[in-house]
Design a protein around this ligand. Structure first.
Ligand SMILES: NC(=O)c1ccc[n+]([C@@H]2O[C@H](COP(=O)([O-])OP(=O)(O)OC[C@H]3O[C@@H](n4cnc5c(N)ncnc54)[C@H](OP(=O)(O)O)[C@@H]3O)[C@@H](O)[C@H]2O)c1
Length: 394
């Protein structure tokens, strides 16, 4: 195992231990499945090494420390350019449960230290990374400074990237409603994981434009607080821990719960519901049977001004049916870097507002970063027959 790990931990060709190339942004992420993790490891080991057998990956991955994986160059149609670094925290895909929090936190801290060492001006924390540190980004920085050998003068800021994620989820819901000729104002919207950073941001953006909102999470106190906030602006709200307890069926659903694996069974939703799964890992269980519903993945954007990896990790890090698609949380850091706005745009939990969503949407759009074409595990959804029919009618 030693040789296998050693061949992955060397960072000679990426950023190196010392700062060699100016880095505007860093993206901290981890792999969603063993397959993607195996592909990242194979690419890091290089063509001179045979790929490791799939069944050895779960034994090896936990021994790989967080490290820079590749450079990321991004351009915008108005000529702006930014250079970044993708740092993988190598959190094993089967270790997202609370019991692994301590280890995972150490991995995110080490990944953040890599970003600071590389001189990144802004760091986007993808997937579980921002959830783990609960948005306590300033403390994370202070903590790192105390314990790591970091450059004394550094000006690295962190963003969770959740505001742009919310923007893309909201845009996707609106787009699917338009494609299927649905009146969003007559819709009942269910948000699972409603009190989270992403869920509550989506609630604030969409509650004023739907007929009724159903909010679900496990902690009733937080649900009551969010419901009171929305009700104060005249929105009809219902809350429940148990999805079966709502008095109405939802025809729009956003899944934004921080589940360690795809295990969510929605049960009672309207037969032709539109369901946006924005979880990373995905929320919906593969065994969830909703034959009439349209499921699509949410929170994803597409870069139109150019995206390059060095070494070439195309199709390994961003494996989507469309080119240059990236998670909204990571895109937020890239958009801010292209704008030369090195500020902690999204921080803390539960404070994303429609105004901030509009602001980051505008920044992203200026740099050619837009909602990605919608798809699910079976492929693109915008070309599905019900979408085409409704579009041609419109
Ligand atoms: N697509 C993207 O680009 C993108 C970007 C950022 C984040 N994400 C993903 O979006 C999801 C939410 O992220 P976040 O930052 O909003 O997380 P968060 O702030 O930790 O919120 C998580 C929410 O899920 C609820 N929850 C947790 N476990 C649950 C369970 N077993 N059943 C029902 N509800 C549960 C939490 O409330 P209770 O604790 O009260 O249950 C809370 O409402 C995560 O999967 C994250 O990885 C995706």
């Amino acid at each position: 195992m030693g040789d296998s790990v050693a061949s992955v931990t060397s960072s000679a060709n990426v950023a190196g231990p010392a700062r060699t190339i100016e880095v505007d942004f860093a993206l901290v992420g981890h792999q969603e499945s063993w397959r993607t993790a195996a592909d990242v490891i194979a690419r890091l080991r290089g063509p001179e090494h045979a790929p490791l057998p799939d069944d050895e990956i779960p034994d090896i991955l936990p021994w790989i420390p967080p490290r820079p994986v590749c450079h990321v160059d991004v351009g915008s149609p108005i000529g702006a350019k930014a250079r970044g670094l993708y740092i993988d925290s190598f959190i094993p895909p089967d270790r997202l449960e609370a019991v692994y929090t301590h280890d995972n936190l150490a991995r995110v801290r080490a990944a953040a230290a890599c970003a600071i060492k590389a001189g990144a001006k802004i760091v986007s924390l993808g997937g579980f990374s921002s959830i783990l540190i609960e948005g306590n980004l300033d403390l994370l920085k202070m903590d790192l400074l105390k314990t790591e050998q970091l450059p004394e003068k550094h000006a690295t800021v962190f963003t969770t990237g959740n505001t742009l994620t919310v923007a893309f989820i909201v845009q996707a819901i609106r787009k699917m409603c338009a494609l299927q000729g649905r009146n969003i104002r007559k819709s009942t919207l269910l948000i699972v994981g409603a009190t989270g950073d992403v869920g509550s941001g989506c609630a604030r953006c969409l509650a004023p434009v739907v007929k009724r909102v159903l909010l679900s999470a496990r902690n009733l106190e937080r649900l009551r607080k969010l419901a009171a906030e929305l009700e104060a602006s005249g929105v009809q709200v219902e809350i429940a821990k148990d999805l079966q307890r709502f008095s109405a069926e939802a025809d729009l659903v956003i899944c934004a719960a921080s589940l360690p694996s795809p295990s969510l069974l929605l049960g009672r939703v309207a037969p032709h519901a539109l369901i946006c799964d924005a979880g990373y890992p995905k929320n919906l269980s593969p065994s969830a049977e909703m034959p009439g519903a349209t499921v699509f993945f949410g929170g994803l954007g597409q870069i139109t001004g150019g995206l390059q990896f060095a070494p070439d990790f195309r199709g390994v890090l961003n494996r989507h049916p469309f080119p240059d698609v990236v998670h909204g949380c990571l895109l937020e850091g890239m958009a801010l870097a292209l704008e030369r706005r090195f500020e902690p745009f999204s921080r803390g939990r539960g404070s994303i507002t429609p105004d901030r969503v509009e602001e980051i949407e505008t920044v992203a759009a200026r740099h050619g970063i837009h909602l990605a074409p919608l798809y699910n595990a079976d492929g693109p959804v915008e070309d599905a027959p019900h979408c085409r029919t409704e579009c041609s009618r419109a």
